[in-house]
Write a protein that binds this ligand. Sequence first.
Ligand SMILES: CC(C)(COP(=O)(O)OP(=O)(O)OC[C@H]1O[C@@H](n2cnc3c(N)ncnc32)[C@H](O)[C@@H]1OP(=O)(O)O)[C@@H](O)C(=O)NCCC(=O)NCCS
Length: 181
Amino acid sequence: MSEAASFPVSTSRLRLRPHVSSDCTWLNRVYSRSDVARYLLDEPWTIEEAERHTTERLAKTDLDDDSGALALVIERDDEPIGDVTLWFTDRERRVTEIGWVLDPAVGGQGYAAEAVRAVLDLAFDHYQVHRVAAQMDGRNTGSAKLAARVGMRQEAHLRQDWWSKGEWTDTLIYATLGTDR
Ligand SMILES: CC(C)(COP(=O)(O)OP(=O)(O)OC[C@H]1O[C@@H](n2cnc3c(N)ncnc32)[C@H](O)[C@@H]1OP(=O)(O)O)[C@@H](O)C(=O)NCCC(=O)NCCS
């Protein structure tokens, strides 16, 4: 168990901070897009779903509190452009998973990688986690490239293990360990 991390976390071009209620507006704008939701588990969000998810995220302010999760908004020039969430899959052994979404309007500029690297630094340097994994649809090459770009190693390609949106889908598993650093 560690001290709570302090926010915002700054990188060269970005700031990362916990969610606030007004994030519902941009979350709804981004997550209601069919291109963003395509390889996510969720269908494109409705406004009601955006409100529910925003409320859930408000509680995810520290990996070591009751939520066991840290949901951070990525800001560029004080505007939200995406999010990165880190959560325990095994709290006792400090094993975690990470997820990410970037507004397509600002894709292809390295912002997601910059934000994810900062969260991996927090995970290993501050929270002393053992492992961070990322799972994605086997067709989600953008997400797989991001995982590789931040130094995660592909560990598995599971064939048709997941029934998603009316079809069997493959899953890629990427991970990095504290001992990799
Ligand atoms: C997955 C996702 C976050 C990746 O976003 P992205 O914009 O490709 O990733 P980055 O912001 O790190 O940008 C990387 C690209 O910017 C380029 N780039 C341009 N300028 C750069 C810079 N200054 N620094 C680093 N990279 C730069 C890189 O070369 C790379 O391009 P490439 O993919 O053609 O090689 C995004 O596609 C997304 O949100 N998808 C929908 C939601 C989703 O599926 N989430 C994952 C669920 S598992």
